[in-house]
Design a binder for this molecule. Structure first.
Ligand code: ADP
Ligand code: MG
Length: 323
């Protein structure tokens, strides 16, 4: 449905996209995940024909976005990072204006505008000036403009940024509803968001695609990284001597000590479940009580940090505390 081939984009000397390629199939929710400055907005701007690439091609349903922009753009609704809203129009005027731009037939414009206003819950503010809308309602207006005419592909650049938790939940529900009949591509720098709503995740860092797959597939990338958390009622020396008898322990972190117990985290080189069993037996033989034993699965967050960190630390991008 969408083919992105070998995109390269420079801003001055800064390489924002470096030979980026991927394919988007019909009917799923795709997520571009990456820290600020990774190149998500640049990719979306190129995919939607807002800006050109220095090299590479974007094909939308076989139409090259630069050579046949009309045909390609007809399939796409786009919510840019900063939606191009006209502040002196009412919501209704703005959406009517957009339906004109999108060349929706005159006799269908009213009904189409009404449909999207109902969908994104804008009816109550239809006669308000855009300038007087809250951030949440402005975002919905931008979203309504993207969805207007119900194009096959809906591209949303950080659709939940700046919204409050209730609004975020509403927008996410809306995205799920849209995905029943549309291909949705969204970007986010928030891992939990992408993990929650996307069927397929592409992790972008420094203009490269560093990993892609379903959330479950990406989790598998981190095999061998599971860890075991324990609280053991004994002194460090006794604990150490028991640990020494067990293979497959890669690393032990001492996380604190109370009067009679120690907290530790063990990283295993394989099968954490098996190591857990061995640990509980070994401590039992020594009559040492284990009061907490817990396997901690490596999270997608660990993978995300691992994949983007080593690339990011050399760069000039900002890190974000949401991760
Ligand atoms: P993201 O959306 O993932 O945060 P962007 O695509 O906005 O990333 O930016 C990628 C990189 O390109 C960043 O380092 C950013 O500073 C730079 N960049 C983006 N737009 C411009 C521009 N118009 N001029 C110069 N540099 C830009
Ligand atoms: Mg961006």
């Amino acid at each position: 449905m969408i083919e992105v081939k070998h995109l390269t984009k420079k801003y001055g000397n800064h390489l924002a996209l470096d030979d980026l390629s991927f394919t988007i199939e019909k009917g799923q929710i795709y997520g571009f995940l990456g820290p600020n400055g990774a190149g998500k907005s640049t990719t979306m701007n190129i995919m939607t024909g807002y800006i050109g690439a220095d090299q590479g091609d974007v094909l939308i349903d076989g139409h090259n976005i630069l050579e046949e922009p009309e045909a390609a753009k007809k399939c796409i609704g786009y919510l840019p990072e900063i939606p191009p809203l006209y502040l002196d129009m009412t919501v209704l005027e703005y959406l009517s204006f957009v339906s004109e731009l999108k060349q929706i037939p005159k006799n269908k414009q009213t009904i189409e505008v009404e449909k999207v206003m109902n969908l994104v819950k804008l009816m109550d503010v239809s006669n308000r000036l855009v300038r007087n809308l809250s951030k949440g309602y402005r975002q919905r207006t931008g979203l309504a403009a993207a969805v207007l005419g119900f194009p096959d592909i809906i591209i949303l650049d950080e659709p939940t940024v700046g919204l409050d938790p209730k609004q975020i939940i509403e927008i996410r529900q809306l995205i799920r509803t849209l995905s029943k009949n549309h291909t949705v591509i969204l970007s986010s720098h928030i891992l939990a968001e992408v993990q929650e709503i996307c069927d397929y995740v592409m992790i972008i860092s420094k203009g490269h695609l560093v990993a892609s797959g379903t959330p479950a597939e990406l989790k598998k990338l981190s095999h061998g990284k599971d860890s075991i958390e324990l609280t053991i009622k004994a002194d460090p020396q006794s604990i150490q001597s028991v640990l020494g008898s067990i293979s497959d322990i890669q690393n032990v972190s001492w996380k604190g000590q109370t009067k009679d117990s120690c907290n530790i985290i063990i990283e295993t080189s394989n099968n954490a479940q098996k190591v857990c069993e061995e640990l509980s037996l070994a401590f039992a033989i020594q009559r040492i009580p284990v009061t907490r034993l817990n396997i901690k699965k490596a999270s997608l967050e660990d993978i995300f940090l691992e994949l983007t960190e080593h690339l990011e630390e050399k760069g000039d991008s900002h890190h974000d505390s949401n991760l």
